[in-house]
Design a protein around this ligand. Sequence first.
Ligand code: ADP
Length: 265
Amino acid sequence: MSNASANIYTLGIDIGSTTSKCVLLKDGKRIVAHELIKAGTGTYGPQRILDQLFEKTAVKREEVAYTVVTGYGRVSFQGADCDMSELSCHAKGIYSFDNSVRTIIDIGGQDAKVIQLNDKGQMTNFAMNDKCAAGTGRFLDVMANILILDISELEREYFLSQHPVRISSTCTVFAESEVISQLANGANRADVVAGICNSVASRVASFAKRVGVRETVFMSGGVAQNGGVRRALELELDVPIHYNEFSQMMGAYGAAVYAYEKAMK
Ligand code: ADP
């Protein structure tokens, strides 16, 4: 390893609508520390994750060579050297992690994106739904609330279902009434959850098909942790969906990789 690239610390911060995440990288590759708090833009979240991050590591804030911020709350955040779009940061993070990825499906708290990459990791096409809560984490959050389930319990329910219900409303508010009436009519909770996961997957799959789905397909964003939505997407798109336990951090990771590239210029 060359001395020129030794001990360069860079920071990526992703301030989302629901969750703040940050990743501290050494020499553009090794994750030294990372942090996630379920409090997004306009809250204490961004400051708290940074405080927690630097409490946990021996690296001092002053030792960070460059900081890139991304996410919905990036423009109002003070304390980064520059801000970059979530599309760019997710593409950078995921391609750096696995350079066989050609399609990214990112479902976050209030939007969903499908990004197509070429073999150099450059973005060649994308589509985004940020106009409507259906097909986003918000839809799942609202439904989990009605069902008195934690968001992390939807996966278990999905796989218990034998006969998923069909949620026909495309609007979250109408779908909410539909779910309440399904439950009032005696529908099984697991079948309702499966219907909810299928509804998110079918909305995202329809614009993924417009973008063009090429393997390897990787899912990022918080909803990637929901194995029910992942499975429903696999059935809709007929391809394996890859993810890892770091999927929700990919935007922050990509921001930290960009920060390294900027620091080296
Ligand atoms: P944002 O960046 O907009 O805050 P994220 O990519 O962090 O969005 O994703 C947040 C969404 O992830 C939440 O709205 C929620 O639906 C989903 N989510 C968070 N934690 C979990 C979990 N443990 N299991 C399933 N889904 C989750």
